[in-house]
Design a protein. Structure first.
Lengths: 502, 674
């Protein structure tokens, strides 16, 4: 069974979605419980994965490989390293929470909603363990479908615009990735990612391939200036869709960078590191200001996601700079780890923020900040969670939001103090946009009579928020287990940065 | 002998346990249960803190420095959580836990009728835990954790009465201004990591001498001294937390919070974290004369100019708040002249007498039914004698009257500033000396307006039974009952703080300032050691006080202030108005607090929002979405629309197009053939 643990992780939710779907709209509760059962089993399987994975051994583990399309040498190849394990754990964890979170919120075709969620979960897990580039590509594209459905059916009034924008934006990017993959295939004769990583390429080839991958992944992350699909998608998506989108789907973009750009085009990556670093800093500062003036809470948090993902791309490419220009592998590893921790942390923090907004939306059916004010008066327990996650979003030490940012800023300073200066600006602007929102939503006296009727969070919502809070605090108070899980893989990545291919 | 880890852990965690119990189970524990558990937690910490101090001073224990657990480890670089407890820490522990304990006790009386009673106890215990983590840290990371955690609690407590618009404005402002400081602080930590390769204090300090001669490239051709960069950046953090000009603007507004926390957080402990931090980092700061000069000038400016603002305030708490700013300026000057022990000594005496003044003011505020405007007070001494006497003790200590604790610490700072020969020392000396006069002016004004002179309030028999929940929404100067002395839970802390305000300076000045009591915790270059110079003249606390009685020195200035204010407020009240109109421009500048708030709000708050809106509209909405994304969609639309017109479906259109094509093709061939 352990030999096929990864397949189990992927197929359990995907196949599990079928009975959920079959339960039909006539038996919504059965669909819900079935979906929960599948999600819990998947989470249990991911815990098993954690036990099976040996962090100190490093390398790709739990390998599965079967010929898939013999004519092109495409394999059904799966394996994980520490980064994948961490991301899979986060995915399955969030997977349970979105099912529970949607419990009675989704009244319209709940079986389909739950099934789409489970499918999405399985496909995302697949992305994080694919070792064949074509399989990766297929899954990378496939995750668009359930998300398209989730936003398109259960979304808000402008969902058609949002889904099309989201779909075409990401699809546009993927085309470039496909071209790059085809080029690599005709050179190497395989889609095996490890082989591609070892493929020697000239600078010119690397540059073209680098930009092809970059467009695909930058849209997914999303990086400035191709981020504008995200606020629209978030605003229209149902709460669960937003949570998975922010928590897991964005990570697919940075994960792709780690798996493709870093090993395949290290020289081009190093050459253009300044560009990514520049764009990341723009994401942190410019997007921070844009987030400040948003009047829609979901848009605000969506923009703050862009800013926080800026730390991930900054951490990855600062590592390039440190290794290539200074040979400082230790600081490079710090930057890389910072990026990785930030990926996980952002999953929990943004997921929690969107859940909080969803909780309020369910009661008042508006996301406009101005419609709220004084929520703490009627929902003190909710207020506790909201402030906690807001603080995590502002990068308060003791919460997970701080750990990654801290590491990246430390590493940035070693590369260039000016980069650190702009990155550290998040301390001010991040707190400004988050806490100004908290001030207008949570604090104050009640001015809108509808707010006075808002009910305190129920047991189900408390469970979801408590789970998020536990994750946020656990990583914030003791990040070492997470760091250790990913350490050898991060080291491996940094080693790859130093490889010259020309 | 070494201190036991479990004792130190208990000190840190006992308040946290109290916080969690009161916070999450407050509903089950009830009010009494909540204050009992938090009080108990802090009492345990306080008792153990005294024990630790005893062990380190007389018990022969050596300084403790161990890691508890690894926060993260990447290669050789590690971040840990651990404790460093030497005498400097032990003194801070005692000050923090003692004041916190009294504030917990006081709160039982002060917050008696507040609906957020249990929440308040949970917060102040959380604060105590955070402050312990800050002062006990043995590394920069945990320091930053404590640093931000106390900021969080400060945010929560300033906004404790979250329905008040002014309170939730003030707490956001406080957090953001502090974040500006933390921005520098975090970069300072990054610089430490970059140059010294570690987050651990002991390792960093022992490697510190290697900084000499190192530079940081700022631009091509510009190199800054590494130690100066580190120290200035770290000090920017201190400027935020310890409210130094120009990051001082949050502290007066923090008075929106309940008075017990003004005493605990915004006077005695949290705001002195910056002072503690610089003293702790003395091995680093000693490497940069420029940074110390910078510190001294900032401190001097704060000491004098914020004190001046205190003279014109009407709100009793705000006067004390400006006084706190000014006193923090004194401590910072002391840091700047390498008189770290003096700064920490003043920190300690100030913690007692300023907490006393705040709690005294709180007692007055209870008696006045939450009226804070001194214009509606006066003559309160006969109603509340304990508050009156204890506040006089605190005031005299604050003014630095010989024999009172403040005298020993403040006079020493003024003298040290006079002896320093660093760039800017002359300015700093002038500021702290003139500050002595200013301190006297606002302090005596406060005492006279509050406790002496005519009663400026009316007692009108209560109109209905409106209870105690009248937070500010009553007619000013009209009270339902005559003011009366506060209950014992309020007065006992006042008395317990009055004792050290009176005596602690006399008892500890010898060892703390001149006895090298801090030992290796504080490092001073021999060439800059002004304290050692002063020590030659020191012949015991009695001689120092007698020497301080001379009118040709700070004490003379205090006497002058006393004479002026006594004349104005007791004998010629009309005089105040006359001076005000005679010095109109100056008075306006002080009343508007030099327009810092207005300028900051216009530039940073409004400007930031404007910038954000501009960027959003121009960048995201117009350029990216408008021109690029929807623009390309529009382009596809237009191209499609025009090409669609060609496919009209009419046969004759297609036939015509074919014939036209044929003619063009043949014509082309014909032309080529020609």
């Amino acid at each position: 069974m352990f030999n096929h643990l990864l397949s189990l992780l992927i197929w359990l939710p995907v196949v599990g979605a079928i009975p959920v779907l079959l339960a039909g709209s006539a038996r919504p509760n059965m669909a819900r419980w079935l979906a929960l059962l599948v999600a819990v089993l998947t989470f249990a399987a991911s815990l098993l994965l954690l036990l099976q994975y040996h962090p100190d051994a490093g390398g790709m583990q739990l390998v599965e490989s079967y010929m898939w399309i013999p004519a092109w040498g495409v394999h059904y190849g799966l394996a994980v390293d520490g980064i994948s394990v961490a991301l899979i754990l986060m995915t399955t964890f969030v997977g349970i929470l979105v099912i529970v979170g949607a419990w009675e919120v989704i009244q319209d075709k709940p079986h389909q909603y739950m099934a789409a969620m489970l499918m999405l979960e399985g496909l995302l897990i697949g992305v994080f363990c694919a070792t064949d580039a074509l399989l990766f590509y297929a899954l990378f594209e496939a995750i668009l479908i359930p998300m398209f459905i989730l936003i398109g059916i259960w979304g808000g009034p402008r969902r058609v615009y949002a889904t099309l924008k989201f779909f075409i934006y990401t699809f546009f990017g993927s085309v470039f990735m496909l071209i790059a993959l085809l080029y690599l295939y005709q050179k190497a004769g395989t889609f095996d990612m490890a082989t591609l990583a070892a493929l020697p390429l000239t600078m010119k080839e690397q540059t073209w391939i680098f930009f092809a991958f970059l467009i695909a992944f930058a849209i997914k992350v999303p990086m400035v200036p191709v981020h504008t699909w995200l606020p629209d998608a978030h605003v229209e998506a149902p709460t669960g869709g937003s949570v998975v989108l922010a928590a897991v789907m964005l990570k697919v973009g940075t994960y792709g960078m780690l798996r493709f750009i870093l090993p395949i085009t290290p020289d081009a990556g190093a050459h253009f590191a300044w560009l990514i670093i520049g764009l990341s800093l723009v994401a942190i500062v410019y997007i921070g200001y844009v987030a400040l003036v948003q009047e829609d809470m979901k848009k605000l948090v969506a923009y703050s996601s862009v800013a926080h993902m800026g730390f991930v791309t900054l951490g990855i490419f600062i590592a390039f700079m440190l290794v290539r220009e200074q040979g400082n592998t230790e600081m490079a590893q710090l930057g890389m780890q910072g990026a990785l921790v930030q990926m996980i942390s952002h999953g929990f923090v943004s997921g929690a923020m969107f859940t909080c907004i969803g909780v309020m939306y369910d009661r008042l059916h508006t996301r406009q900040i101005k419609d709220y004010g004084g929520v703490i008066n009627v929902m003190p327990w909710f207020g506790f969670f909201y402030v906690l996650f807001a603080m995590a979003n502002s990068g308060l030490p003791g919460t997970s939001g701080f750990v990654g940012e801290f590491m990246v800023i430390m590493a940035s300073f070693a590369a260039n103090p000016w980069i650190a200066l702009f990155a550290a600006f998040t301390l001010i602007i991040g707190a400004a946009y988050t806490l100004w929102m908290v001030k207008r939503v949570l604090w104050g006296d009640i001015t809108n009579p509808h707010v006075a009727e808002m009910k305190e969070i129920n047991g189900r919502e408390t469970f979801v928020l408590t789970a998020f809070a536990a994750a946020v605090l656990a990583i914030g108070i003791w990040p070492q287990p997470l760091v250790h899980l990913m350490d050898s893989s991060a080291m491996q990545l940094v080693r790859q940065l130093a490889v010259h291919k020309i | 002998m070494e201190l036991s880890t479990s004792i130190l852990l208990t000190i840190a965690l006992a308040p946290l346990v109290g916080c969690v119990l009161a916070g999450f189970l407050g509903r089950f524990l009830g009010r009494a249960g909540s204050h009992t558990v938090t009080l108990l937690g802090v009492a345990i910490s306080c008792a153990l803190s005294f024990y630790v101090l005893y062990q380190l001073t007389l018990g022969g224990a050596v300084a403790y420095n161990h890691n508890l657990y690894t926060w993260f480890q990447i290669g050789h670089f590690h971040a840990s959580v651990g404790f460093m407890v030497d005498r400097l820490t032990a003194m801070m522990l005692v000050v923090v836990s003692f004041v916190s304990l009294l504030v917990h006790l006081y709160t039982i009386g002060y917050m008696h009728d507040d609906p957020g009673y249990t929440r308040f106890f949970s917060y102040i215990s959380l604060f105590t835990f955070s402050m312990f983590m800050l002062v006990m840290s043995n590394n920069f990371l945990q320091l930053f954790f404590g640093w931000e955690a106390v900021g969080l609690v400060s945010y929560l407590l300033i906004g404790f009465w979250y329905k008040k618009p002014s309170a939730i404005f003030a707490n956001l402002k406080a957090f953001l201004v502090n974040r500006v400081g933390d921005f520098g602080f975090l970069l300072g930590i990054a610089a430490v990591v970059y140059f010294l390769g570690t987050l651990d204090y002991a390792t960093a300090f022992s490697a510190a001498p290697s900084l000499v001669g190192k530079t940081l490239q700022i631009t091509a051709g510009t190199h800054w001294d590494a130690a100066t960069v580190i120290c200035v950046l770290l000090f920017i953090g201190a400027m935020g937390k310890s409210a130094q000009v120009p990051l001082h603007v949050w502290l007066p507004d923090s008075m929106e919070g309940p008075t017990p926390i003004s005493a605990l957080i915004h006077a005695a402990t949290m705001v002195t974290a910056g002072i503690f931090m610089v003293a702790r980092m003395s091995p680093l700061f000693e490497l940069s004369q420029s940074a110390l000069s910078f510190i001294m000038v900032i401190g001097g400016t704060t000491a004098l100019f914020t004190g001046l603002v205190g003279i014109v305030q009407h709100d009793i708490k705000r006067v004390i708040a400006y006084s706190t700013l000014s006193q923090l300026g004194y401590m910072v000057v002391a840091l700047g002249v390498s008189d770290y022990s003096g700064a920490v000594f003043h920190l300690m005496t100030h913690a007692f007498f300023k907490a006393l003044l705040f709690l005294g003011a709180g007692s007055v505020i209870i008696a006045m039914h939450h009226e804070q405007d001194m214009r509606y007070m006066g003559g309160l001494r006969k109603y509340m004698p304990i508050t009156w006497i204890t506040m006089w003790i605190g005031s005299l200590a604050l003014c630095g009257v010989p024999f009172f604790s403040g005298f020993y610490s403040k006079d020493a700072i003024i003298e040290a500033a006079g002896l320093a020969h660093r760039w800017g020392a002359g300015y700093a000396y002038f500021c702290v000396l003139a500050g002595a006069l200013v301190t006297g002016l606002y302090t005596f004004r406060l005492m006279y307006l509050t406790f002496h002179g005519k009663e400026r309030f009316k007692v009108v028999a209560s109109h209905g039974h409106d209870g105690h929940d009248d937070h500010g929404h009553h007619e000013p100067g009209v009270l339902a009952h005559a003011p009366k002395e506060s209950p014992w839970v309020v007065t006992v802390p006042l008395v317990l703080l009055a004792i050290p305000s009176l005596l602690i300076g006399y008892l500890t000045v010898g060892p703390l300032l001149f006895g090298n009591w801090f030992g290796s915790a504080i490092h001073v270059n021999p060439a800059d050691n002004v304290l050692a110079e002063m020590g030659k003249e020191f012949h015991g606390p009695l001689a120092m006080a007698l020497h301080g009685l001379t009118p040709f020195g700070p004490f003379g200035l205090v006497l002058l202030a006393f004479a002026i204010q006594t004349y104005i407020y007791l004998f010629n009240p009309a005089m105040a108005g006359k001076i005000k109109s005679a010095l109109k421009p100056l008075w306006t500048a002080l009343d508007r607090k030099y327009w810092f708030d207005e300028v900051y709000f216009a530039v940073f708050a409004r400007g930031g929002v404007k910038l954000g809106r501009g960027l959003w509209r121009a960048g995201d909405a117009a350029l990216i979405d408008g021109a690029m994304v929807n623009g390309s969609v529009g382009m596809v639309h237009r191209v499609a629309a025009s090409t669609r017109r060609l496919q009209s479906g009419y046969l004759y259109h297609y036939a015509f197009a074919m014939i036209l094509g044929l003619i063009l093709l043949l014509g082309g061939y014909w032309l080529v053939g020609q």
